[in-house]
Every structure is written in structure tokens, then in C-alpha cells.
Design a protein around this ligand. Structure first.
Ligand code: CA
Length: 251
């Protein structure tokens, strides 16, 4: 018997992901899919091994590119057409390390061992409770993300100034400073091209855009504000340098 337990959790300890449920028993497939989507996961279902492969869109080169869009696969062992073990083998053969939770009606040790040998990460014997299933899914996702961390965002760093482009954040000597959007844009431009000399006209073009109606004094004012926020001694700048007769330079 399959039991549906309350599995709602307000504790978002994992980034939610995309889960494929491959299970030929409709009641189990639907119950698992419902429990996962109630948890906030995006759920795809397939009723047998062949539909799972169809869903993964076999490419002309013979691979299954859609499998790599998944964060987790819940895979029944006994499936019509292509069984769970073969499917698991195939996914691993593609070099895909997506976590796989295998389900089986049989509770035999042999099944568990074979499942793990072909590359499944965890194994759950029917009947199981939804709370148990969700907990296993979370643990698998957490373990996988820990082992395969996302690349860190690209930061711009110059001596003790760090600019985080995606977060629109700047730290100077370890302290976060507050910049206006224009100041941020100027600094980002400077830090992306250290030591390049920018004329006032070029800065206006890149930061304010071609429709800017003011004059080049605006640039000088913004540079002065930036110096006050970045420099230890704004009257003797070490970062934002004046290049007499040309404009400004960073570094
Ligand atoms: Ca089955």
C-alpha cells in the first residue's frame, strides 16, 4: 500500500529542481508527481522506459540531451520496453551524473545492489511513504549540489575593490559601499578596462547614452563622488586618476 502523508515543508533547504518520474504503475506515478509538485518541484512523468527516452529527445548524434536538463530522476526498476536498470546504465553511459533514486517492488538485497551497481544513487522499496520519498529526494539533491557547485559569478577585482556585476554590489577594503546606478556603471566600465583612458565624451556615450543633454561637467561631478566613496584620500586618488588633457583612467 502506498501512503500519502503530509509532506509540506516551509523549510526551503534546497533550490527546487526539475524531476522526472518514470513509473508504469499509474497510481504511484501520479501520487509521487503530486507530492513533488506540491513541494514546489517541476515534475515530468513517463509511464515506461521508452517514453522516458522519447522525452529525452534522442539527438542525431545518438545522445539524449534532455536528460541533462534534469536535477533528479525517480526510476522504477521494472518497466515495460526498457527497464529501469538499462535506463540507468544508459544515462550513466552518457556521462550524466544526475541523481537517480530507484524504486522497486521487490525488497531483495540483490535488486538494491544491482541498482546501485548500475549507477543509481539511492534505492527505495515499495511501499513507501511520501515523506520518506521527499526526504530522500532532498538529500540526493543537496549531496549532488554540494559535489557539483555552480560556478561562482564573475567578479571584477582591483586591489581591495571588488565589484559584483549581477548583484550590483561593491565592496571597498571589505566594506560594502552604496553607489548610485550611474556611479556603479562608471566603476564597472573602468574596472572592466583597467588603465584604459576614457575621455569625458566616451564616458557620456557609454554611461548616459547618446541622448544625454547635459555637459561634460556631469562626468567630473560623478568622478568626484566616486572618489569620495573609493579613495582613502579623495584629493590624492590612487584608483580614479585624472589624465590631463584626455580624461580619466582606473588604476
Ligand atoms: Ca513497475
Amino acid at each position: 500500500m502506498l501512503t500519502l502523508e503530509a509532506t509540506r515543508s516551509h523549510q526551503q533547504d534546497v533550490r527546487l529542481g526539475r524531476v522526472l518520474v518514470v513509473e508504469d504503475e499509474e497510481l504511484i506515478r501520479e501520487t509521487v508527481a503530486l507530492a513533488l509538485s506540491e513541494e514546489g518541484y517541476e515534475v515530468l512523468t513517463a509511464e515506461d522506459g521508452r517514453s522516458a527516452l522519447d522525452l529525452a529527445c534522442k539527438s542525431e548524434e545518438g545522445g539524449y540531451p534532455e536528460f541533462s536538463s534534469l536535477d533528479l530522476i525517480i526510476l522504477d526498476l521494472m518497466l515495460p520496453y526498457v527497464n529501469g536498470l538499462d535506463l540507468c546504465r544508459l544515462i550513466r553511459h552518457e556521462g550524466n551524473s544526475v541523481p537517480i533514486l530507484m524504486l522497486s517492488a521487490k525488497g531483495s538485497e540483490t535488486d538494491r545492489v544491482v541498482g546501485l551497481e548500475v549507477g543509481a544513487d539511492d534505492y527505495l522499496t515499495k511501499p513507501f511513504g511520501m515523506r520518506e520519498l521527499i526526504a530522500r529526494c532532498r538529500a540526493l539533491l543537496r549531496r549532488h549540489r554540494h559535489a557539483h557547485p555552480q560556478p561562482e559569478e564573475t567578479t571584477l577585482k582591483f586591489q581591495d575593490i571588488i565589484l559584483y556585476p549581477q548583484e550590483c554590489r561593491v565592496t571597498v577594503r571589505g566594506e560594502e559601499i552604496s553607489l548610485s546606478p550611474k556611479e556603479f556603471r562608471i566603476l564597472e566600465l573602468f574596472m572592466s578596462h583597467p588603465r584604459r583612458v576614457w575621455s569625458r565624451e566616451q564616458l557620456i556615450e557609454r554611461v548616459w547614452g547618446p541622448d544625454f543633454m547635459g555637459d561634460s561637467k556631469t562626468v567630473d561631478v560623478h568622478i568626484r563622488w566616486l572618489r569620495e566613496k573609493l579613495e582613502v584620500d579623495p584629493s590624492h586618488p590612487e584608483y580614479l586618476m585624472t589624465v590631463r588633457g584626455f580624461g580619466y583612467r582606473f588604476g
